[in-house]
Every structure is written in structure tokens, then in C-alpha cells.
Design a protein around this ligand. Structure first.
Ligand SMILES: [Zn+2]
Length: 327
């Protein structure tokens, strides 16, 4: 088994990345392409196949070593059917099967997971969640996604659905979310939400500093610029972040009481600013008096963007029963 390779693929709205990986998680080769470069189903599937071949070529080995392909894809996805249901950010019709064509082309098992689940599985295999029993791994970026991993396996809802933890309501009077609800965690604390609040502050004249950082164009304010302004002492930006941090603390309080995890891992672009979130999150965990999980870990993710490809590779190894602990 040691000379065989897995390929993990991460499909996002902007780019697709593939990585050739040994069964124990060593990365040997990488390839990537812009998602928009493949505007039809047929070209998309062809693009995935090319990425697999490029990652294998970059590893120095050929197709002959390939033992499985794991895909983490921006959801919704149906892991059992191998279909993608995200016509919103992907150039694929609702219900596109991206697993069967790769199985046929390469003659190996192919697994499909939600990208947040794949990232969670990666962090629990080789990152911050390793050795823990019940882990909630949260990715805060454009949106807020999360995966729950119990004893090294993804926890799914009925019919295989992916729990959408980012859409728990933390403020019923909060801003509208695209899901139809009000005050979802994601609508208050994602990078997109922080950026939108920053745009309003810049446009409304309450944050000249943000407006200046964005070159005088309110629509150019991003979440990252809000963090930059807050770190420079801008009060409007600090207020925006205080709300995002408070929403995150409430969400964590809920999560701990629902699930009783022994680890909560925070990753994604927004969590490059983990230091700004940590004090409020630790404080709220201290108030979870009904849930005294001994040694509960709160930590930033460790694998960065590799969590998704590593977790996707892990998923196909588990599905094909080739892990050392596939009980
Ligand atoms: Zn929502």
C-alpha cells in the first residue's frame, strides 16, 4: 500500500486544486485551475480528470499508482449519489454526477464530500483535531461551514445531509441571510458579512479610515480591510468586529450544548485573525457550566488550505476500506 497514491481534490467557487498524497498523508504533487475555466458539465469533468493527471505527474508517479480519488466540493452535495447541487457558485447543472466519470476514466474508487466535511476530516486526521473524539471544525471564510467528526468519521444527518451549522440563528433581529432566515451566524460573522457591514460604514460616513483603505470606494471594502482598520484602532471597524465576535461566541455556546465536543477547531480566511476572536470564545466556553467536557480544546486549524485535499483523500481511503483504522 505504501507505494500507492491518493488524489484529493478541493472544488471551490474560484479554483479547483488537486493534490497527490501518500496513504499516510504526505503531499507529493499539486495542480490547480480556475473553476470558471470549465463552463460546461463535459468540460468540467474533463478539467477534473486533467487535474488528477497533473497532480500525479507532479508527484513523479503515473496513473498506475493511483488507488483512489477523494473530492471535497462546495455544497450542497450528495455523497451517496456522487452528485453536486450547487448551480449558484459552480458552472454545473443541479444534480451533476462528477463521481461516475472519474471512476470510469481511472478505474479507482471515487468519494465525494461537502468541502467543510472534507476540511474537518483533514484536520482530525493530521491537524489540530487529531486524537480527539468529537470534533467540530468550523471554516469561516466567504461563508461559515462546519464539519462534525466523531471517532475520525464524518457525522451526517438523515439521508446523508450535511449539518449547516453556519445557519444557526444567533440574532433573530439580525440581517437577512440568503437562506431566508434572519440573523444566521454566517450572516453576521462570515468574511462576506463583515465586508458588507464595512461597506455600509464606509458609505455612511462613520468610518473615514475604511473609506481611505478602500481607495475612496465603499464597494471596495472587504472583510480583510475591516480587520486591518480595526487593528489600526478605527472605532467603526472595531464595532463591526465586536458584533461578529459576539455572534461567534453565541454560536459556540450553542454548539457546545448541542454536541458536547472535546475539540472546536477554527479555520478559514477570517480565522487568520483568530487572536481577535479567542478571548471572547474562551470566555463563553467558561460559561458552559452544564457541559464540563474535561480538556476541551479550542484551537485554530493547522493545515490551512491543505485540510480540504487531505480530508478528501482520507474520505476515499475510508470509503474503500484501505485505512489502518477502518473499523
Ligand atoms: Zn442562513
Amino acid at each position: 500500500l505504501s507505494h500507492r497514491l491518493l488524489v484529493g481534490i478541493d472544488i471551490g467557487g474560484t479554483k479547483m486544486a488537486a493534490t497527490a498524497i501518500t496513504p499516510n498523508g504526505r503531499i507529493l504533487g499539486r495542480a490547480q485551475a480556475p473553476t470558471a475555466a470549465h463552463p460546461t458539465y463535459a468540460s468540467f469533468v474533463e478539467g477534473l480528470a486533467q487535474l488528477v493527471e497533473q497532480a500525479l505527474a507532479a508527484s513523479g508517479y503515473g496513473d498506475g499508482r493511483l488507488a483512489g480519488i477523494g473530492i471535497g466540493c462546495t455544497g450542497p452535495v450528495d455523497p451517496a449519489r456522487g452528485t453536486v447541487h450547487n448551480p449558484y457558485t459552480l458552472p454545473l447543472p443541479d444534480g451533476s454526477d462528477i463521481v461516475t466519470p472519474l471512476c470510469q476514466r481511472f478505474g479507482v474508487p471515487v468519494a465525494l464530500e461537502n468541502d467543510a466535511d472534507a476540511a474537518a476530516l483533514g484536520e482530525c486526521w493530521l491537524g489540530a483535531g487529531a486524537g480527539r473524539q468529537l470534533v467540530v471544525c468550523i471554516t469561516v471564510g466567504t461563508g461559515i461551514g462546519a464539519g462534525i467528526v466523531r471517532h475520525g468519521r464524518i457525522v451526517r444527518g438523515a439521508a446523508g445531509v450535511h449539518p449547516e451549522i453556519g445557519h444557526q440563528i444567533v440574532d433573530p433581529a439580525g440581517p437577512e441571510c440568503y437562506c431566508g432566515a434572519r440573523g444566521c451566524w454566517e450572516a453576521l460573522a462570515s468574511g462576506t458579512a463583515v465586508g458588507k457591514a464595512g461597506q455600509a460604514a464606509a458609505a455612511g460616513g462613520t468610518s473615514p479610515a475604511l473609506l481611505a483603505l478602500a481607495g475612496g470606494r465603499p464597494e471596495a471594502v472587504t472583510g480583510e480591510l475591516v480587520f486591518e482598520a480595526a487593528r489600526a484602532g478605527d472605532e467603526a471597524a472595531e464595532r463591526i468586529l465586536a458584533r461578529a465576535i459576539e455572534a461567534s461566541a453565541t454560536a459556540l455556546f450553542n454548539l457546545v450544548h448541542f454536541l458536547g465536543p472535546d475539540a472546536i477547531i477554527l479555520g478559514g480566511g477570517v480565522m487568520r485573525h483568530y487572536d481577535l476572536f479567542e478571548p471572547a470564545l474562551r470566555e463563553v466556553l467558561g460559561r458552559c457550566i452544564l457541559m464540563p467536557v474535561p480538556g476541551m480544546l479550542l484551537a485554530p486549524a493547522r493545515l490551512g488550505a491543505d485540510a480540504g485535499v487531505l480530508g478528501a483523500a482520507r474520505a476515499v481511503a475510508q470509503a474503500s476500506g484501505s485505512t489502518e483504522d477502518s473499523s
